[in-house]
Design a protein. Structure first.
Length: 343
């Protein structure tokens, strides 16, 4: 009977996570996980002079991470068999929790937990059982191994499991978890072909026409990986670009600097990095003499990737960084007007 209940809970978690996955396919999304560790029963009142017992414990869980800062979770927890003065005290239960998160790096996040557990306790020697609910508090770390897999180390504390008949106890445990995100992928978006440049219609007299020139610089030349401060090689490349812009035969030049990153890391992290890189380039061009009122910096994050599709099969992070190098770029778009002579 107990095994049937456990299997029903696990099946429910899987069904709910998969149903949510069908509705979303973003950078976070639904997850399933399992973990094992060590649970400590403390303050076991009513079971004699000893008041502590430690035991292995396991849990299974599922939920949804809405973004890099917040998620929710429900799970089944087997807290193990504690033995005190010849008596066996055991507990299990279902929890539902809110999971605040704080990214420390692009792969490592600090976790929190606030929730409630519906528990059952059992003292087989005294043939006594009890059930109720208690608050759950927790903290831990999550490390993103790959797009679909996280590893977690979590500490949890629950207060007041059981009563005087079964043995009242607090519970604290440390768990090592493996978490699977079935929809958390980084599939590149289709490359959109650039629009053709406008062609001026014949006119009996010279007419001003809009002309656009785009220069592409690799971010690996301009910046170190994950940084937005120009390298010496980047200063040289931008000085050459400045001279090229000055030679363009255009009136009223307007410049837009677009920063792009690869798909490694969260969407929020990449958007900020691309904006900072675009700003560094625009600041440099301004320092060389271009008008600050005619330069705009735009961060595009990991949008519009240009790396080959073969990168999807690369798993090792260092090799993936090399493969995705074309995506890490800065495009400088110069738009202005010039007169053409009709022959």
């Amino acid at each position: 009977m107990k095994k049937a209940v456990v299997l029903s809970v696990i099946a429910g978690l899987v069904a709910s996570a998969v149903s949510v996955s069908a509705l979303a396919n973003d950078a976070e999304g639904a997850f399933l996980g399992t973990g094992m560790g060590w649970n400590n029963y403390s303050d076991l009142g009513g079971l004699g002079t000893a008041n502590k017992s430690s035991t292995p414990a396991v849990h299974v869980f599922g939920g949804y991470t809405f973004n890099e800062y917040f998620g929710v979770e429900e799970g089944y927890n087997w807290l193990g068999n504690g033995r005190v003065n010849g008596q066996r005290f055991k507990a299990n239960g279902l929890n539902i929790s809110a999971l605040p998160r704080y990214p420390l790096t692009e792969d490592l996040s600090l976790l929190g937990e606030v929730g409630v557990m519906l528990w059952n306790t059992d003292n087989q020697d005294l043939q006594a059982k009890d059930h109720g609910y208690s608050p759950v508090f927790g903290a831990g770390l999550a490390y993103r191994v790959s797009d679909p897999v996280d590893l977690q180390l979590r500490y949890r504390y629950m207060n007041g499991l059981g009563d005087a008949q079964t043995g009242a106890s607090d519970s604290s445990n440390v768990m090592f978890d493996v978490v699977y995100y079935p929809t958390r992928t980084s599939t590149p978006a289709p490359v959109v072909a650039p629009a053709p440049e406008p062609v001026a219609a014949p006119a009996p007299a010279p007419q001003p026409v809009v002309e656009t020139k785009t220069f592409t610089l690799t971010s690996d030349v301009l910046f170190d990986f994950g940084k937005s401060t120009l390298k010496p090689a980047g200063v040289t490349a931008l000085s050459k670009l400045y001279n090229q812009i000055q030679t363009l035969e255009m009136n009223d030049k307007n410049i837009v600097v677009y920063g792009y990153t690869d798909r490694i890391g969260s969407a929020g992290y990449n958007l900020k990095l691309s904006q900072d890189r675009a700003k560094s380039v625009s600041n440099f061009l301004t320092s060389k003499g271009l008008s600050a009122t005619r330069i705009t910096a735009v961060g595009r994050g990991k949008a519009d990737p240009v790396s080959p599709a073969s990168c999807n099969a690369v798993k090792a992070k260092k090799a993936l960084i090399v493969c995705l190098a074309p995506d890490r770029r800065v495009n400088v778009e110069v738009k202005g007007t010039k007169k053409v002579t009709v022959k």
